[in-house]
Design a protein around this ligand. Structure first.
Ligand code: ADP
Length: 185
């Protein structure tokens, strides 16, 4: 619960923070699950790392500092949306434990870390955006999983494995979890 600008008590929305390698399935699951909740009457938003990079974070690079700042900004925006009782899905590689811990600190108890699990060979084989090919050709610096580390979440609230379950199963699992933590309408 929090007080809005008029001193009224409101319920903060949850923030489902999807982390994982590029191509793991974060955006696919965030958008599809968001739609499931919207169809049930929830106000939802997806903060997609690729979209943020085109606007809010367009001044940042992929260095450790740039990534930390992009995570911080996403967390601040997520916190504002959550305060307005919006159900927030963040789809961001967010490779470092420290960055995710900071996001948790900014957002508070409504933060849920969701590890979208798919290993490097799987994501490389999918290569939805062509990044892996470019990275392996040396044309992308600091590429997570190749030339920059990905720190696997140690105690995420939920793991969705996109190697062993198909899209529908993963959306079902995340939707169940999200509904449980979004409160009854
Ligand atoms: P990310 O946002 O993590 O970079 P995307 O969602 O953009 O990843 O891409 C993931 C790709 O993997 C999509 O083409 C999607 O169809 C595919 N995919 C295969 N299996 C799954 C699954 N179980 N869950 C989500 N995506 C999957």
């Amino acid at each position: 619960m929090c007080l809005d600008d008029f001193g009224l008590t409101t319920r903060s929305g949850p923030v489902f923070w999807l982390t994982g390698l590029s191509g793991a399935g974060k955006s696919t699951l965030a958008y599809r699950t968001s739609r499931q909740l919207a169809e049930q009457g929830f106000h939802t938003i997806v903060l997609d790392g690729d979209v943020l990079r085109g606007g809010l974070n367009s001044d940042l690079n992929f260095s450790a500092d740039g990534r930390a700042e992009s995570v911080r900004r996403a967390a601040e925006v997520a916190a504002l949306c959550a305060k307005a009782s919006i159900v927030v899905f963040v789809s961001l590689v967010s490779p470092f434990e420290a960055g995710r811990a900071r996001a948790r600190q900014i957002i508070g108890p409504t933060f849920h870390e969701i590890y979208v699990e798919a290993d490097y060979p799987t994501c490389n084989a999918r290569d939805v955006k062509g990044f892996y090919k470019l990275a392996e050709a040396g044309q992308i610096q600091n590429f997570t999983g190749l030339t920059s580390p990905y720190e696997i979440p140690r105690t995420p609230e939920l793991v969705v494995n996109t190697m062993t379950s198909d899209v529908l199963e993963c959306v079902g699992k995340l939707t169940d979890y999200a509904l449980t933590h979004s409160g009854a309408k």
